[in-house]
Design a protein around this ligand. Structure first.
Ligand SMILES: NC(=O)C1=CN([C@@H]2O[C@H](COP(=O)(O)OP(=O)(O)OC[C@H]3O[C@@H](n4cnc5c(N)ncnc54)[C@H](O)[C@@H]3O)[C@@H](O)[C@H]2O)C=CC1
Ligand SMILES: CCCCC/C=C\C=C\C(=O)C/C=C\C/C=C\CCCC(=O)O
Length: 158
């Protein structure tokens, strides 16, 4: 279920925006899609494995559709936000088995307002394909995936 909602629905809606809605209806010269992933999409989290897998998918999809090879054809930027623990209703839906691990970890939920403020900053300043972290109420910053994961493949397959 979590894969269907978090990953498949994100892919379906983004594809619709990218290939259909934005080409037909956008007014400016550029379109922007910002997907909501999670820091659990950058590092595997043992407290929510299915969720973490779904968010890794959102990050990979965003980086692939956000390759400049696409932008040259479409002028649509695709980016993702990766929030850390944020004070919302989502935490009430955690599966019972995994709840026991929450108490072992020290963390404070950041207020939800910081996500909105960060969204605006990324919308205005973010480059195509960029992935942004919002954690511990710190200012949003770009994830340096080139130094942390394999580079995105556009020319060479190995
Ligand atoms: N709260 C957190 O700590 C974090 C949340 N996120 C992500 O932020 C996004 C928003 O989550 P929150 O606001 O925290 O959760 P939330 O549980 O407060 O809100 C989720 C919303 O999605 C709606 N929803 C759920 N299933 C749906 C479906 N099948 N069709 C249509 N709507 C559906 C719910 O009705 C609810 O309004 C999610 O993608 C979540 O994974 C990412 C990182 C951290
Ligand atoms: C104990 C948690 C410590 C750190 C939390 C930091 C980041 C969390 C990021 C998230 O994206 C987590 C958000 C929600 C988790 C709650 C429920 C997940 C539901 C999982 C499922 O349905 O499989």
């Amino acid at each position: 279920m979590v894969i269907k909602i978090n990953l498949l629905a994100t892919i379906q809606i983004s594809n619709y925006a990218f290939f259909d809605f934005l080409p037909k209806h956008r007014k400016g010269k550029e379109g922007v899609i910002i997907n909501i992933a999670s820091i659990a999409g950058l590092y595997p989290f043992h407290m929510f494995p299915d969720y973490s897998a779904s968010k890794h998918g959102v990050v990979a999809y965003t980086q692939a559709l956000g390759a400049n090879a696409h932008y040259q054809h479409t002028q649509v930027k695709v980016m993702a936000l990766c929030p850390g623990g944020t004070d919302t209703e989502i935490w009430t839906g955690m599966q019972e088995y995994y709840k026991q691990f929450i108490n072992d970890i020290e963390f404070t939920y950041q207020p939800v307002e910081i996500i909105g403020e960060s969204f605006i900053k990324v919308l205005k300043e973010g480059n195509n394909g960029s992935i942004w972290i919002i954690k511990n109420s710190e200012p949003v910053f770009e994830f340096d995936y080139k130094s942390e994961t394999l580079p995105i493949i556009t020319k060479q397959i190995f």
